[in-house]
Design a protein around this ligand. Sequence first.
Ligand code: PGA
Length: 263
Amino acid sequence: MRRKLVVGNWKMNFTASAASKIAEEMVPKMAEFTSVDISLCPTFLSIPGLEIALKGTNIAVGAQDVFWLESGAFTGSISATMLKEHGVQYVIVGHSETRGRFGKLDTPEDTVLYFAETDRTVSLKISAVLAHALIPILCVGETLSEREAGLTDEVIRKQIHGALDGTSPDHLAIVVIAYEPVWAIGTGKTCDASEADRVCGVIRATIEGLSSDAGLAVRVLYGGSVKAANAPELFGKANIDGGLVGGASMIPDEFAAIVKAAN
Ligand code: PGA
């Protein structure tokens, strides 16, 4: 039986002091949900504060990104060792916002390269995260034009193979995969629960193709405008093992209701 997981991705929101305050507010609201894994991923600067606020609770600290090397001349980057020193357990890798595959974000064309992560960089990051005994949350998802062209399953399979080919079965079983249709992120448009379940099934089958044991063990989350109102239906689906939640994870009562649905 796979244990459900709900992860809050705070993106570039909250100063460190505000993040600690919200995390402290979350702690008593989450305490009763002991049948589900919970994590919050703040900005790097807020991680030390959350490490303190969440110590000894059932909420794990996560990070939104990582660089794949240990140290060196990589301005602006952070390593898995640096994250681990501050109690980080989960690391989001390959979010559509770091792949430069924006949905609603209005980003000038000449800034996209700043974000444009490739399947190769995603793969290097996944390996680094696993090598440090952290849990990667690999994000995959199609854009609206890819969906309309009937390319959804193909795009998802390509992203999974690009990120995970060559990963050992033991490591594959640890990986968490989040299906996040780009057109549903931050837009208020949720993917229909049956369709989300179908694509999460495609993800599981793709992992099964790499290792049959890992296919059963891997946790597949749905992300994209998850809220308290749609969480019960989404989490009730056979192939959906929880959620990666953006906007709604910043509101303690709303996030608690989502976690409750998974619990
Ligand atoms: P959202 O973001 O819940 O605000 O749509 C989800 C995500 O980007 O992980």
